[in-house]
Design a protein around this ligand. Structure first.
Ligand code: HPA
Ligand code: ZN
Length: 327
């Protein structure tokens, strides 16, 4: 069977990756030592064995703790360069990378430190491996809209350094409506707009992400299958879904990959894509997501693989000339 080799070799775009979720336990320990940060784990193995999640919140608690070792521009650079090198190996030619500035500014790290380190990695990775990379600033939805506005204010000097905004963290109880005004301001600034919705939250959150926030893509969106009218709209308007299969199993959105909704999404003509979300925490980078998902769902074939890769470029915010060249 040559499908795994094909899945690995196809050029693809990764559109749903949280850079803080690419921090491997080895790098967390190395940065903790370099920066003199105390970790509540004795060893790399002890940290890794804490990665036993039962839902989104149980993951987020550990993910935010891991990010506490990031202090200096070089730390953000090292993290992002390691991810981009690994992604290039998976034949990712375009990466649109989420970062969570509030996780860092809350600890006294300046916005400038975060953005400069990440951007420098994007530039160097392009020079070294030819991978095209861009940043998406993601607001933490468990915090207030006022705090999101403060974060946007801090990011204004760096408007040229990121291409859009997103919305992540604890979904239930934090519907898109909470951020209507700050997203309206982001659209006025000419930023692209995406939002996590329909991961743990209901289809109503996907509707609101589209109608209230003006989201151009939906991150996850896998619960849309519970709403036939929503499925029709997503298909008709070709609204991309950035699906993360291994994440969904680890956070128990689906009991196993064999019961993932991806085949239904593709069957209904939706512009679904495959992504890794937080590869250091969920047991795999983008090609692991492709190969394990296809292995668990034998109805998916080589045509679906090409469709998913095509969807990833069509859904990307890269310059149109680049998109045409990749497709
Ligand atoms: N969902 C919400 N917030 C997140 C995620 C996710 O999958 N990963 C990192 N922050
Ligand atoms: Zn995510």
């Amino acid at each position: 069977d040559h499908l795994p080799a094909l899945l690995a070799a196809i050029p693809k775009a990764e559109l749903h990756i949280h850079i803080e979720g690419s921090l491997e336990p080895e790098m967390i320990f190395a940065l903790a030592q370099r920066n003199g940060v105390h970790l509540p784990y004795d060893s790399i193995e002890a940290l890794r064995s804490a990665y036993a999640f039962t839902d989104l919140q149980s993951f987020l608690d550990i993910y935010y703790a891991g990010a506490s070792v990031l202090l200096h521009e070089q730390d953000f650079y090292d993290m992002a360069l390691a991810y981009l090198q690994r992604a290039a190996r998976d034949n990712v030619v375009r990466a649109e990378i989420f970062f969570d500035p509030q996780t860092h500014t809350a600890r006294g790290v300046a916005m400038e430190t975060v953005v400069r380190g990440l951007r420098r990695a994007c530039v160097d990775a392009h020079a070294q491996w030819g991978i095209s990379a861009a940043l998406i600033l993601s607001f933490l939805r468990h915090l207030s809209e006022e705090e999101a506005f403060e974060t946007l204010e801090q990011a204004l000097p760096f408007l040229g350094e990121f291409i859009g905004v997103g919305l992540d963290s604890s979904e239930l109880g934090h519907p898109p409506e909470k951020f209507a005004r700050v997203f309206a301001r982001c659209r006025e600034l000419g930023l692209h707009v995406v939002a996590h919705a329909g991961e743990e939250g209901p289809p109503a959150y996907v509707w609101a992400a589209l109608d209230v926030l003006g989201a151009e893509r939906i991150d996850h969106g896998v619960r849309a299958v519970q709403d036939a009218l929503l499925m029709q709209r997503l298909a008709r308007e070709r609204i991309p879904l950035t699906v993360c299969p291994l994440s969904n199993v680890k956070l128990r959105v689906f009991p196993d990959l064999a019961r993932h909704s991806l085949p239904q999404l593709l069957q209904a003509g939706l512009a679904a894509t495959i992504n890794s979300d937080d590869p250091a925490y969920f047991g795999g980078y983008i090609n692991d997501n492709f190969t394990q998902t296809f292995a668990a769902l034998p109805q998916l074939d080589a045509r679906d693989a090409w469709q998913l890769a095509h969807n990833s470029f069509a859904a990307s915010f890269a310059p149109e000339a680049d998109k045409r060249a990749w497709q």
